[in-house]
Design a protein around this ligand. Structure first.
Ligand SMILES: NC(=O)c1ccc[n+]([C@@H]2O[C@H](COP(=O)([O-])OP(=O)(O)OC[C@H]3O[C@@H](n4cnc5c(N)ncnc54)[C@H](OP(=O)(O)O)[C@@H]3O)[C@@H](O)[C@H]2O)c1
Length: 249
């Protein structure tokens, strides 16, 4: 039997990350490293997934990782090196909206998690990604961005996001898009790199992320992310994707 692809998901204990872990376990061909900054929340999430996916219960493990803490990132990379010797897919999913904070604090905290975090995670895990022997599909980095981070959409009066504020979220996702472009230049095309917007999803991101406001389930949003993991959109590597198409940077 072919060995399972090893997938790191940061912020995997809730929302989109948790939904993605669940979808991957359903398939039976992935080993999920469920990243969580809180070991307690991470352990609970893993228990929940193991109960839901009995036949594949060994295919998920908790990895403590706080993307704002370089020691935590280094320790996580050492653990993966020791236990698996490689990683095949990095999903930089951890993110915050930093709403309801004073502007400067919101900007700093959001930048640290949403942009500096993914850059630091990839720097620490790149040697493990380069040890991936996967060829079909090849190894990949997926940075979970948002259409709210598209500068072109922000300036387009016909966009539904025109006039939407949230400086800290929009600007840090725009910064993440630039991190993604840099990742593609540095690691592509051998490693496929994407920015991906999962769409409006039920999660803990903000009080607005609820079904009654039109948000869809995390499992549904994760489905289109699985397509990117499985190589179905590799002809769009180096681009900013959403579930049905692409956004302009
Ligand atoms: N939901 C949407 O509509 C939507 C739309 C577009 C893009 N996105 C993006 O999707 C990603 C996932 O968000 P979500 O909607 O699923 O929200 P969520 O339920 O709040 O999940 C965010 C995850 O990130 C984790 N996290 C926050 N700070 C962290 C840190 N310093 N280190 C490690 N993990 C950290 C959270 O951990 P804790 O549980 O400990 O807080 C949580 O596990 C984000 O990047 C978000 O911007 C979401």
């Amino acid at each position: 039997m072919a060995s399972k692809a090893i997938v790191l998901i940061t912020g995997g204990n809730s929302g989109v990350g948790f939904g993605l872990a669940s979808e991957l376990l359903t398939r039976g061909t992935y080993h999920v490293l469920l990243g969580s900054r809180s070991s307690e929340k991470g352990r609970k999430a893993v228990e929940d997934l193991r109960a839901r996916h009995q036949p594949h219960s060994e295919a998920v493990e908790m990895l403590q990782i706080d993307v704002t803490d370089d020691n935590s990132i280094e320790k996580a990379a050492e653990t993966v090196q020791r236990n698996h010797g490689k990683v095949d897919v990095i999903i930089n999913n951890a993110g915050i909206s930093a709403m309801d904070l004073p502007l400067r604090q919101a900007m700093r905290e959001a930048f640290d998690v949403n942009a500096a975090g993914p850059a630091a995670v990839v720097k620490a895990f790149a040697p493990l990604l380069q040890k991936s022997t996967m060829t079909s599909p090849p190894p990949r980095i997926i940075n979970v961005s948002s259409g709210a981070g598209s500068i072109s959409r922000c300036l387009d009066p016909t966009s539904p996001l025109y006039g939407m504020l949230g400086y800290q979220y929009r600007s840090t996702k725009a910064a993440l898009n630039m991190v993604t472009a840099c990742h593609w230049v540095e690691y592509g095309p051998k490693i496929k790199v994407f920015a991906f917007d999962p769409g409006f999803t039920i999660s803990n991101l903000s009080s607005h992320n609820k079904a009654e406001n039109g948000a869809r389930s995390a499992e549904e949003s994760a489905g289109s992310l699985v397509d990117v993991i499985e190589g179905k959109r590799d002809d769009e590597a180096g681009m900013f994707l959403h579930n049905t198409g692409r956004y302009p940077w």
